[in-house]
Write a protein that binds this ligand. Structure first.
Ligand SMILES: [Zn+2]
Length: 130
């Protein structure tokens, strides 16, 4: 999808001098309430949950997240994705805190709209993540 590719290239150029290698970026075949994006190390493919197509800021944020995974160097076959180093990369994103909160609000609205979570469950979840 052209839109995904252009955001990816823009973020890669801006934050990593265009040096992070990603072969392909595409939408996940199905919407998911659990997986927002993923990076496949072997194929170097990023997949993005289609729910984000309706919100440009959240979309960019998720693409940046996966790009940071693509930037990671893994020594072992079994590895941890969300390391301290990883979060340090995430925080380089311009306006990180605000963007992260906007992203959480987008998810909250989305989950409410599909009845995936109740308001009380969402409040509890937001307290945990903040
Ligand atoms: Zn991740």
């Amino acid at each position: 999808m052209e839109k995904l590719k252009s955001i990816l290239d823009e973020l890669n150029n801006r934050y990593f001098g265009g040096r992070v290698r990603v072969k392909e970026i595409r939408l996940m075949k199905k919407k998911s309430n659990r997986i927002y994006g993923r990076f496949n190390r072997e194929g170097r493919v990023i997949e993005i949950n289609p729910i984000f197509l309706t919100n440009e800021n959240a979309l960019r944020f998720v693409i940046y997240h996966e790009l940071c995974h693509a930037k990671q160097r893994f020594r072992k076959r079994r590895h941890k994705w969300h390391t301290k180093k990883f979060w340090a990369l995430m925080r380089l994103y311009e306006g990180y805190k605000e963007e992260y909160n906007r992203y959480l609000l987008f998810l909250k609205d989305y989950w409410l709209s599909i009845g995936h979570l109740t308001q009380a469950e969402i409040d509890e979840w937001l307290n945990e993540t903040n």
